[in-house]
Design a protein. Sequence first.
Length: 93
Amino acid sequence: MIIEDHWDVTKSALAVMDRTQHPWLREILHSLIGHLQAFVRDVGWTEKEFQAATDIVNRIGQASTDTHNEAVLMAGSLGSRRWSACSTTAPTG
């Protein structure tokens, strides 16, 4: 696919997620991609800001060990406990 505009980026990413075998995971990934793409368009990220954000994600991964999961701590600071309380039960199948 030739990427001509930001909408093509979203379509391309969703096409990759379409290959996901598990229906519930595919639904989650579709929603995540759509929301992330909308967020990036909304705030108008620059390349420099994107690089800074990916650096943060990389450092979170590097700070994790077998006994310390920095990603879980970061999720907690973003309100993951609240998300769990508001979530619905995943469909089976």
